[in-house]
Design a protein around this ligand. Structure first.
Ligand code: URP
Ligand code: ZN
Ligand code: ZN
Length: 472
């Protein structure tokens, strides 16, 4: 007997859309077909899409963010918000502080996360201090332990790596099989422009966008791709905001570089004009790279439609607005350079792509499943356990009501931020029921007890190991 049968829904995967029932036992999908025998529990999914549970592979939770600044979400509220947004797995970052080993950083993050997550989680490691010990001993051992992806920054004083350090990190990734994600912005150019704008008294939030121009992102994207080419290692270019950076990805791909591109809702929905809103309201939209212009939004949509981007992630990095520890901290009110970077978005990622993408005919349902779940699982070593609806996969399912029309209001969201950048946006389509490893976690919009998220060690990416689609 099945523990649970999801009956009569339209099942959507990255390759197919079919009408069938899903039989679940011991947290896994054990049968797909029409007219399955009864289960101990049944869910009527008539009129709903049944999607692979969303996987958001770019999320910041409980990340130390500088003097007196506190991120609005820890693991509990961040994963709750993510679950309500139709996600069953998130991949937050574990930030190495300078002087720390990666293991020390991981111990601290696990202490915060373990037992406190409502979705499954797995960490990417942010490398800020690539010592010989980190590169030579820690990374190879951690990859063996299932920490198979790294992120490096080309910007942010205190976090950025210089080119020689990026090369050394890429080389360590090549020998160990880790996959490296790169934040591409030219820090020196940005510092130079910040100095000029501050000297001219131009300190309002809009200057955050002006001092981080497209050229700074394009140049760094080109450089990151060139460094990866030199080391002969795959890379992921994260949170791409504009056409010129996309063209760099396309050109590198044509030269044979293995590169995956990621974009985010903010680059599809917002522009720099949002940073120019009245008063200090623009601080709500400060993130890096910054939202650009209408042409950049259109380009990013094209990138999702045409395959420059294989990943669509939230880059959820929430800070409260009206808060001493958030956007309007004491110094943040005096200059854009002190406004913490990042915006919330883990709960609105799927509804925005469905409403603006699927409902407006830009992408089809399989592409929606690929961009929100399957590609993340494949790239980051979780497939086919996660990211699809198949016999043997974890029963992570999001039941989606395509007729649900609503207006996004922060009051209805579950993150710790006191605002959403998408306040007032009308969307069609919302996750109604979410199933995590066969257990109904949200039923008709209501949390069912306290789901227990697990930590997921991951296999090496098929991109680094050459093992396309192997078991995680
Ligand atoms: O502004 C952003 N994106 N904050 C999050 C950190 C990062 O760079 O991804
Ligand atoms: Zn970044
Ligand atoms: Zn980020």
């Amino acid at each position: 007997m099945f523990d649970l049968v999801v009956r009569g829904g339209t099942v959507v995967t990255a390759s197919d859309v079919t009408r069938c029932d899903i039989g679940i036992r011991d947290g896994r999908i054990v049968m797909l077909g029409e007219g399955l025998p009864p289960g101990r529990e049944e869910i009527d999914a008539t009129g709903l899409y049944v999607l692979p549970g969303g996987i958001d592979s770019h999320v910041h939770l409980a990340q130390p963010s500088g003097d007196g600044i506190v991120m609005a979400d820890g693991f509990e509220s961040g994963t709750r918000s993510s679950l309500f947004g139709g996600n069953t797995t998130v991949l937050p970052f574990c930030l190495q502080q300078k002087g720390q080993t990666l293991r020390e950083a991981l111990t601290a993050y696990h202490a915060l996360a373990d037992g406190n997550c409502l979705t499954d989680v797995s960490f990417h490691l942010i490398v800020t201090d690539p010592t010989p010990g980190v590169l030579g001993q820690e990374i190879p051992a951690l990859v063996e332990d299932g920490y198979t992806s790294l992120k490096v920054f080309m910007t942010y004083e205190g976090l950025r790596l210089h080119d020689n350090e990026i090369l050394a990190t890429l080389d360590a990734a090549r020998t160990s099989g880790a996959l490296v994600m790169v934040h591409c912005e030219n820090e020196d150019a940005i510092r130079f422009l910040i100095g000029k704008h501050e000297a001219a008294g131009d300190v309002a939030p809009l200057a955050h966008a002006t001092t981080r121009p497209v050229a700074a992102e394009r140049e760094a994207t080109h450089r990151a791709l060139s460094l990866a080419e030199i080391v002969a290692v795959p890379i992921v270019i994260v949170h791409v905001s504009n056409r010129e950076a996309m063209e760099e990805i396309d050109r590198a791909r044509k030269r044979g570089v293995k590169v995956v591109g990621e974009t985010c809702p903010q680059y599809l929905m917002l522009t720099a004009d949002d940073l120019d809103r009245d008063g200090w309201e623009g601080a709500k939209y400060v993130c890096s790279p910054p939202p650009r212009d209408e042409a950049s939004k259109a380009a990013c949509w094209q990138g999702l439609e045409q395959g420059i981007f294989d990943l669509y992630s939230s880059d959820h990095c929430p800070f409260r607005f009206e808060d001493e520890a958030g956007k309007l901290n004491e110094k943040g009110k005096t200059s854009f350079r002190w406004i913490p970077n990042g915006i919330p978005g883990v709960e609105t990622r799927l509804p925005i792509l469905f409403s603006e993408g699927v409902m407006k005919g830009r992408i089809d349902l399989p592409r929606f499943a690929a961009l929100t779940a399957t590609n993340h699982a494949k790239l980051y070593g979780l497939y086919p356990r996660k990211g699809t609806i198949a016999v043997g996969s974890d029963a992570d399912l999001t039941l989606w009501n395509p007729q649900d029309r609503r207006v996004i209001r922060n009051d209805h969201l579950h993150h710790g931020a006191d605002y959403t950048p998408y306040e007032g946006l009308e969307v069609q389509g919302w996750p109604v029921t979410v199933i995590l490893r066969g257990r109904v976690a949200i039923r008709d919009g209501v949390l069912q007890g306290r789901p227990e998220g697990r930590y997921l060690p991951r296999a090496r990416s098929p991109l680094t190991s050459g093992r396309q689609g192997q078991d995680a």
